[in-house]
Ligand binder design. Structure first.
Ligand code: ADP
Ligand code: ADP
Length: 227
């Protein structure tokens, strides 16, 4: 569960003579793997993530998640962006349970999990706070909680800590490792920060631009530092 397979994937934006954002990319993720996708701006990291999320279609090649062809977004793939885009008129709790409510999940099914997740992301005390009352780091915590409540088998994260100050970023990196160990989801983590990639991931794929390709695929074998 949570396996990703991309084979011969290319993406051209804007017709036959457009931008070749990705060129013949092959990448496979095993269940529970934490992979960072590292590269300069414009190399196609977001394009790759958005195709796996089902937000964009590929021009060539095959993309599957848990053995099924990806054609649209789904609750099996939780997505976290740089800004959480929370609904400003809803509380932390209401934002977190919004997804399952819209999907018609019975309250008895989502409520215990949502409570557990709020505790894991350290937002217990902010159950009734509104997004405007939270710091940037806390809003990202809500974003992660919102993705996790749908019980995704993969978390797709696009520069999730890119807008945070250095200290908040460190605490969010630690939090993400805790979340990953607790829920055992596969993680695809897009970043242009090499330190962050190596700190967090078991495996770092390096991309280059024009055309976007994965040029190195490096296992990170040293254990993570304990904190
Ligand atoms: P990264 O996430 O690594 O910064 P992107 O995936 O955003 O890279 O972009 C890869 C390339 O595709 C860039 O040249 C970018 O300008 C182009 N691109 C991305 N999205 C679009 C789009 N919607 N329309 C046209 N070109 C796009
Ligand atoms: P982090 O997300 O790493 O905890 P933040 O800068 O988001 O870093 O917040 C640091 C701490 O300050 C939070 O964990 C929280 O305890 C407290 N805090 C932040 N914003 C508020 C707020 N609006 N009201 C009360 N406490 C807050």
């Amino acid at each position: 569960m949570g396996t990703v397979s991309m084979t011969g994937v290319s993406k051209v934006y804007g017709g036959a003579h457009g931008v070749r954002a990705l060129d013949n990319v092959d990448v496979h993720l095993a269940e529970g793997e934490f992979m960072a996708l590292l590269g300069p701006s414009g190399c196609g990291k977001s394009t790759l993530l958005n195709m796996l999320a089902g937000f964009e279609g590929q021009t060539e090649g095959a993309i599957s998640f848990d053995g099924r062809s990806v054609v649209k977004p789904g609750p099996d793939r939780g997505v976290v962006f740089q800004e959480a885009a929370l609904l400003p008129w809803l509380t932390v709790w209401q934002n977190v349970v919004f997804g399952p409510q819209v999907q018609g999940v019975p309250r008895a099914d989502y409520e215990p999990r949502a409570k557990e997740i709020l505790r894991v992301v350290g937002l217990d005390a902010f159950h009734d706070a509104l997004p405007a009352q939270l710091s940037g780091g806390m809003r990202q915590r809500v974003g992660i909680a919102r993705a996790l409540v749908m019980q995704p088998r993969a978390l797709l994260m696009d520069e999730p800590f890119g807008a945070l100050d250095a200290q908040t970023r460190l605490s969010m990196q630690q939090l993400l490792l805790e979340v990953w160990q607790r829920f055992k989801t596969t993680v695809l983590f897009v970043t242009h920060d090499i330190d962050e990639a190596i700190l967090l991931a078991d495996r770092v794929c390096i991309m280059t631009a024009r055309p976007g390709r994965i040029t190195r695929d490096i296992p990170i074998t040293l254990p993570r530092p304990r904190t």
